[in-house]
Design a protein around this ligand. Structure first.
Ligand code: SF4
Ligand code: SF4
Length: 109
């Protein structure tokens, strides 16, 4: 699959993933944004500056991509104590605006 934002880029997604909605429509977990580049959360906490975010998880049961940093941050941040995980998740939810409209201007060829 080829996604285009500011530049052409090849990204790989599950064939069963939903098609990317238009910007402003409800997020459907298509995974395009996180496959195209790491968000600020990934840049800061995972130290990943380019490529598909390593916390992007495919959930075959719902045929959607999900943010692993939101679902199970301690899996990705080995120094995060378990007792802080719930608090950290609520912060991540706010930072990545989970469940809000799609804010990715990438388009698929
Ligand atoms: S924000 Fe948009 S591109 Fe990112 S997973 Fe949701 S629908 Fe897909
Ligand atoms: S941290 Fe989550 S929201 Fe950010 S790029 Fe990775 S999977 Fe996507």
């Amino acid at each position: 699959m080829q996604a285009s934002g500011n530049d052409n880029q090849i990204i790989w997604l599950q064939a069963e993933a939903p098609a990317k909605p238009h910007i402003g429509q409800a997020c459907n977990g298509c995974g395009v944004c996180c496959a195209a580049e790491p968000c600020p959360v990934a840049r800061v906490f995972l130290r990943q500056m380019r490529g598909t975010c390593r916390a992007l998880e495919w959930h075959a049961d719902v045929s959607q991509y999900r943010c692993g940093m939101l679902l199970r941050p301690a899996h990705y941040l080995f120094l995060l104590p378990r007792f802080l995980e719930t608090r950290f998740r609520s912060l991540i939810r706010r930072w990545i605006a989970a469940g809000v409209a799609c804010d990715s201007d990438a388009y698929i060829d």
